[in-house]
Design a protein around this ligand. Sequence first.
Ligand code: NAP
Length: 446
Amino acid sequence: MSAMHVAIVGAGPSGFYAAQALLAHDQHARVDLFEKLPAPFGLVRYGVAPDHPKIRSVIRIFNRIASSDRFVYRGNVTIGRDVSVDELRTHYSAVILACGLEEPAPLDIPGAALPGCVPAADFARWYNGHPDFAHRTFTLDSTTAVIIGHGNVAVDAARILAQSDHTLRKTDMPDYALNALRASRIRDIFLIGRRGPVQARFASQEIAELGNLPDARLLIRPEDLILDEASQAELDAPDNHAARRTMDVLQALSGFSSARPKNIHLRFLLSPAALYGNDRVESIRFERNRLTGAPGHLIATGTGEFVDLDCGLVFTSIGHRGKPLPGVPFEPARGIVPNDKGRVIDNGEAVPGLYVSGWMKRGPTGLIGNDKADSFETVTCLMEDAPSLPTRNPRGMAELLHSRHVEPVSYSDWRRIDEEEIRRGEMHGKPREKFLSFDAIRPFMQ
Ligand code: NAP
């Protein structure tokens, strides 16, 4: 029997979990995992904050998946540029797209293009040594930063700005980011959401951690936790355990706390209206909101009352969007690939042999663990379709890449790079010192 050979695009959690499910479901299936960056692991390497190393321990599972002799890693290959999705489909029995959503959602207000207003996701990639962001500079010379959004990405940005140097220097944060944060003058960090505390999307443990930082205190005004009737009903809904946990933490942390060098101010019911400044951000105007609608569907509605705040840095953290991939249907409104349980849908019909998994499939929600069930569902569909999928052998792929001057990174290359990063890190008391460019890793490739 000929083995099914599947291409997976994107070596983040959903790509690895799709590979795991395929290799486990079908004892003969083979997987080629394509990744545009040289290094694997996507958001686990370049999104998860360096002071959260436990979340990164999932890499051990990914390494086990990659140890299968039916698994091939092709890093440093950009699908849609070096090889098209259509070409992949002619070389493989099936293609699973697991590329994530890379574009931060834009803040569409006057002044948002001013220097000093940047996506928090860019800041995260910068402090994580992402090769496309390592050259960026973040101006941390003002005393006040504003972060717009009440999700976990916003909380990560606030925590990194407020985190102690003692904590950060023991992480794998690159030296340029450590030095910039050490020199930072930011003392007040405003974490601002457009709705109330019951609707906040951050996890209770993440906000609890903000209340327990060595160099910063979290300031929550008790009056901001007084709920209107609809929010109270939303909080009391039987399945709203997450909001109740968050409210318990907020209640416990509200009110007085002793002075620290930095302050994180948690504020609610404020929508950004405009940014002002001459050649960079100098202040931001918010409109006060009230909540309208039915419990479970409460939306922020402007009151016509405005407040201004002086600040030199604004991080936007209001979600992510996908970019259309040539040859792949795209749903602009949600910024995802239209699909039915992972089968890509075009004009109401499933596209034969084309699947999607992860944020590209369901939108930018959920934790790394959610990708496992998501990829499992996609692979289950693929296995149901397996009898109708063509048998293909991508023998020509290496030659095709070579003819296009692409230099793929293999998993054994990556293991050498990984070892070298760890070795260089150990010399400075860090878990690893990341390579910041393809040129830097080339000597470790075979
Ligand atoms: P998110 O959880 O969707 O939060 C987005 C925030 O932006 C919400 O507060 C939302 O408010 C707000 N927002 C959206 N549009 C806005 C606008 N036009 N003006 C003002 N505010 C606006 O997104 P995220 O923080 O990017 O996180 C993405 C996913 O990654 C989440 O599932 C998250 O849990 C996960 N993640 C987890 C961790 C961790 O576990 N440590 C770390 C980072 C990310 P509304 O609610 O009113 O829409």
